[in-house]
Design a protein around this ligand. Structure first.
Ligand code: CTP
Ligand code: CA
Length: 225
């Protein structure tokens, strides 16, 4: 663990973490996906368990081993992730949405494999919006005092975009990291700023994903106390 022996400051708490990236099927062999490795979400699940929490990990397509002592709920699509998160959030003290949820899914699913046709260009793929799980659980809190955390990968004006997103989502904390060609996705390390709805700003220096996870749980624990 990044900070040595963990204090059981989350004992008696139930936390829900979503991790990985959703996949939106086009046909039985193809999907629209993203590059999320799931490492940050799994680090959050491991560190919460080490701090004594009961942890439900909603895992979307992460090729990672199940963390010990964590309840893992595998999901594929954004719609499945929404169902699993809503169910687990009903009795959770905190929900951390680390998953990369697809904003859109194919409007239609082809039950048979889509085939090429001689001399024809492909049909465009029509997309529809997926539900916004973070905005939904933030607007419709399952429990009073429940702490809700979102993640945002931003480019350009990272902090201003983060502040606007925090307000739009209505969550308590938003972990903002800057993404680029070789940053964050699949990496072992991370660097971020955690924005609070109370106006707070907690910078997290470049370091292991466990260290960022511990900072998130510090901020969650302070809000639960
Ligand atoms: N999220 C979600 N449901 C979605 C999309 C995103 O719950 N359909 C959550 C993510 O898990 C993350 C947070 O919202 O915690 C921010 O995701 P992000 O993609 O940065 O936000 P969007 O509102 O989709 O904004 P953008 O248009 O920049 O992608
Ligand atoms: Ca998005």
């Amino acid at each position: 663990l990044a900070r040595g022996v963990a204090e059981p400051d989350l004992a008696g708490r139930h936390v829900v973490v979503s991790a990985g990236g959703t996949r939106e099927p086009l046909d039985p062999v193809r999907f629209l996906g993203n590059r999320s490795s799931g490492k940050q979400g799994y680090a959050l699940a491991r560190t919460a368990a080490a701090r004594g929490a009961r942890v439900t990990l909603i895992a979307a397509n992460a090729a990672l081993p199940d963390p010990a002592g964590v309840d893992v709920v595998p999901v594929g699509t954004a719609v499945q992730l929404r169902e699993a998160v809503l169910k687990a959030a009903a009795e959770a003290d905190a929900v951390v949405m680390a998953a990369a949820v697809a904003d859109f899914r194919p409007a239609a699913y082809a039950t048979g494999k889509i085939k090429k046709k001689d001399g024809q260009e492909p049909e465009p793929v029509a997309l529809v919006r997926n539900p916004d799980v973070l905005a939904e659980i933030s607007a419709d809190r399952a429990r009073s005092g429940q702490v809700i955390v979102g993640f945002a990968a931003e480019t350009d004006d990272v902090l201003a975009n983060g502040r606007a997103k925090l307000a739009r989502k209505g969550c308590d904390l938003l972990v903002v990291n800057e993404v680029g060609e070789h940053r964050t996705f699949g990496a072992e390390e991370n660097e971020a700023v955690v924005l609070g709805a109370d106006g707070s700003e907690t910078p997290v220096p470049h370091g292991p994903k466990e260290a960022l996870a511990d900072t998130v749980w510090d901020l969650v624990a302070a809000r639960l106390a």
